[in-house]
Design a protein around this ligand. Sequence first.
Ligand code: GLU
Length: 312
Amino acid sequence: MSTDLRELSTMLPSWLEASRRISAQGAVASYIPELQHAPSDALGIAIYSLEGHTLEAGDCSHSFTMQSISKVFTLLLALIDRGEQAVFDKVGMEPTGDDFNSMLKLELVEPGKPFNPLINAGAIVISSLIAGQTPAEKAERILAFIRRLAGDSSIAVNESVCRSESRTANRNRSLAYFLKDNEVLDDDVEPTLEVYFRHCSIEVNCRHIARMATVLANDGRDPQTGRELVPRRYVQIAKSFMITCGMYNESGEFSIRVGIPAKSGVSGGILALVPGQLGIGIVGPALNGKGNSIAGVHLLKQLSERYDWSIF
Ligand code: GLU
């Protein structure tokens, strides 16, 4: 069933305001100190159809850093740069059921390979697989890729968030040293983390996220020009990971209640897509106990129920 965009555009502002009230039950992430300044009651959504309709409501201009949403795009770029085999030599294909920054399984399994590219350990390994002679070159290539998919060449790294994360990243450093010791990470720890912190700190708004999501909803083709930006096979891989581990340890419940590929980040962003129909970008910095935007998940659930978005 295709979505009734006329009704959706009329109703979206009031649905958004109803979800915004749920924000009071969540909390803004503070383990990266710079993130705690985000307004906890902000909520914005942009929904772009593949035919070019644009629907927006709430705080669409509110900018935020991509954080874990960027991991979908570093995965895609690593697949483009190295191919499927080289990527899956280094990271697995399974959800963990553990926290996104957990070290647990790295010691329990041989050869200590991260379970998937969307947890921190996996994404750190993926950062090292991006082509480039230096960390700066790798980070620039990721930024250029995201700019191309979002259709905005002014997108940049938020340097204060990047510094803030680097200063407080004891856990990510431990993960990276562990990976290095297990010989899963070939590059050195600090240059790899520099790439990782920079892509997590890329600053966007939910319009950018919606635009990037339309490319994935359109199997890797720019919906405006029809040009292939990402091979369809790689989009298929990314969407599979989004379903199985895109929403942290809420991925199973999200698949049952919402049923569309999505990826969230600790700054409250969610990228979601209805395949063949819509790209969606959401920001709502107050997070639920699982680390997802509490109001964003609430809003997506209402919309998916109303318009029968589940792919299952
Ligand atoms: N940069 C964040 C970290 O490594 C990303 C976490 C996230 O959004 O899940 O902790």
